[in-house]
Design a protein around this ligand. Structure first.
Ligand SMILES: Cc1cc2nc3c(=O)[nH]c(=O)nc-3n(C[C@H](O)[C@H](O)[C@H](O)COP(=O)(O)O)c2cc1C
Length: 179
């Protein structure tokens, strides 16, 4: 799929998945897209756990949330440090590093015909991140910051989010300026 088509076709998908596995080579390829993302000082701080063991998939799926989380054939857990060390002038870029990797992964998922949704807020409530971290043997000094349920969508992936028009969010040469 051409890049701009992939960007346009990427939408958060929270619906059901078909009962079809996601092949290991596709999961690898998807995560390799994440590994290629930029990171502050090239520190490559985000690490990934690919979950395709049916027992573990079932354990994550049993946590009540949307259909995508409950019917995913695999998950990608994106892991960061709980207390990130500074990489440059007292700064840490772990949130940004993780976000860049996740976006690459979302695009790779879309390009391969699968669907997913960026799940972050849900992880931070009711101990969800900790529960999944324990299941995946994530070390105590790290946290699952984003989880991506992956599968072949059983419904068409359509945009549910209205995006503001260009003129409301982007300008040339000065903030809020007109051409
Ligand atoms: C940082 C971040 C956190 C998010 N957390 C969640 C979440 O916990 N659960 C969820 O269903 N969607 C989550 N989303 C997906 C957003 O709701 C979604 O991207 C937004 O509504 C725009 O829709 P789109 O992805 O289809 O363009 C998150 C997205 C981002 C970037």
């Amino acid at each position: 799929m051409e890049l701009f088509e992939t960007i346009a076709k990427r939408h958060s998908y929270r619906g059901p998945f078909r009962d079809e596995p996601v092949p290991l080579e596709h999961l690898r390829k998807i995560v390799e897209a994440g590994l290629l993302a930029p990171s502050g000082e090239n520190a490559q701080t985000t690490t990934f756990v690919i979950v395709d063991d049916p027992v573990k998939v079932q354990a994550v799926a049993s946590m009540p949330y949307n259909k995508a989380m409950q019917q995913a054939k695999a998950y990608i857990a994106c892991v960061v440090d709980k207390h990130p060390a500074s990489v440059y002038e007292n700064m840490t870029f772990q949130t940004e590093d993780c976000a860049a990797a996740v976006e690459n992964i979302l695009l790779a998922v879309t390009a391969l015909g699968y669907a997913t949704v960026w799940i972050d807020g849900w992880l931070r409530v009711n101990g969800h991140a900790e529960t999944i971290g324990r299941l995946l043997n994530v070390p105590d000094d790290k946290v699952v910051r984003v989880i991506l349920p992956i599968g072949t969508p059983a419904r068409e992936v359509v945009s549910k989010a209205v995006k503001k028009p260009f003129d409301e969010r982007a300008w040339f040469n000065q903030y809020g300026g007109t051409q």
